[in-house]
Design a binder for this molecule. Structure first.
Ligand SMILES: [Zn+2]
Length: 395
């Protein structure tokens, strides 16, 4: 029987969470900062304690692996935080991975396949850009917008290329993370089995009206772009709500032109963001939106289209089976937030697992997951690692 050491895991989460912690603000461990380096050194020490051989790649990703040949079972997440973040987002997945390896070692379990734990740098994207570390790791091209930030931190394209791993060296990638939403807590469930990460669609929208004198133009003679927009947005929100609980829609920015108190708005520009597991459903909603309001001056164009990332069906199945065997209540879900898994899934079969976040809060000093939930997630991860270590065939 092999069990994880829950106390050790919880105490490591606390210890790492104190690096960069400030009262009333939270934990700030931005990539490449002194706090980040300090945190990574600490984690590297724990990796060695767990029997892992460690390495930091040219962009700063930390890996620890057990000796052995053949494709590795990889467990990972990120070690950076947002400014004023919590101590669980990212760190939990890395420390739970180390805990799995260490408890296997202590139980005298000799894994058939090499195990690797990764602490990715710069997932949050506050320094270089979102998931920069795992992009380099998986060989996913970095965005052009990241290049000036890379230069500022002395990072070269050569270092990015030199950090690239080969998919053939990996058997699978497992990421255990806090949910960062409130679904599990609300439904009283213990584990979220993610089928993937939602796709994102963003449109720049524009509504044309007619700018005119705000005093001398009668209400019946106006073509007010803002008034029209204010009817369009709730229509779209209602359609999204009716379509599927897995879909979300946000209008987070809106500009009124010419933007003067005494001029009737002649034009409004806003951005519609849709996130959901199926691109075609989102495409249909946008088309319906245009059809409904074209005659009222609505036009727009797509400028971001990111397809959903899918977890491996075999790994989803194993996770479900283990939850049943361990008597952990669970539900299937999609992740609304991005994770390093977006990049890792490009090179190896991947799986994302969630534990409850209190009130769904993250990226905040109030981010919290209960000790029992943290330990339960790590137990599931351990069983999954053992199962996959023994399992033959494709994942
Ligand atoms: Zn995260």
């Amino acid at each position: 029987m092999c069990e994880i050491n829950g106390e050790r895991l919880l105490s490591r989460i606390q210890t790492l969470g104190r690096i960069g912690f400030q009262d009333k603000t939270g934990t700030t461990r931005l990539s490449y900062s002194p706090e980040y380096q300090e945190g990574r050194r600490l984690v590297e020490g724990w990796m060695r304690e767990a029997g892992l051989q460690t390495q930091v790649d040219p962009v700063g990703n930390l890996t620890g692996r057990t000796p052995g040949k053949g494709p590795r079972l990889c467990i990972g997440s990120h070690l950076d935080t947002v400014p004023g973040g919590g101590m669980y987002d990212g760190a939990y997945g890395v420390l739970a991975g180390i805990e799995c390896v260490q408890s296997l070692k202590e139980a005298g379990y000799a894994s058939r396949r090499p195990l690797e734990v990764v602490g990715f740098i710069e997932e949050e994207g506050n320094v270089i850009g979102g998931t920069f570390g795992s992009k380099a790791f998986a060989g996913v091209p970095v965005d052009a917008a990241m290049e000036p930030n890379m230069a500022q931190h002395g990072l070269t394209p050569e270092q990015v290329s030199a950090s690239r791993r080969r998919g053939q060296d990996y058997r699978c990638y497992l990421e255990l993370h806090i949910e960062q939403g409130g679904t599990l807590e609300q439904e009283g469930l213990q584990i979220g089995i993610a089928h993937g990460i939602v796709g994102i669609l963003r449109y720049r929208m524009r509504v044309e009206g007619f700018a005119n004198h705000a005093g001398s133009t009668a209400m019946s003679l106006r073509d007010d772009a803002l008034v029209k927009t204010c009817r369009m947005i709730p229509w779209l929100m209602d359609r999204v709500t009716e379509t599927s609980p897995e879909l979300v829609c946000t209008v987070g920015t809106l500009q009124v032109f010419p933007g003067a108190v005494n001029v009737i708005p002649g034009r409004v520009e806003f951005i519609v963001e849709l996130r959901g597991p199926r691109m075609e459903v989102m495409d249909r909603l946008i088309q319906a939106f245009f059809q409904q309001f074209q005659a009222q001056g609505l036009t727009g164009e797509e400028y971001i289209r990111q397809s959903p990332t899918l977890c491996s069906p075999a790994l989803i199945e194993e996770s479900r089976r283990l939850c049943q065997a361990l008597n952990f209540s669970s539900r299937d879900m999609f992740s609304g937030a991005g994770h390093d898994l977006i990049n890792m899934a490009q090179i190896t079969p991947s799986m994302l697992l969630f534990i409850p976040s209190r009130k769904g809060i993250s990226h905040s000093i109030q981010e919290y997951s209960a000790p029992a939930d943290l330990v339960r997630g790590a137990r599931l991860l351990l069983e999954l690692v053992k199962t996959l270590d023994q399992k033959e065939g494709a994942l």
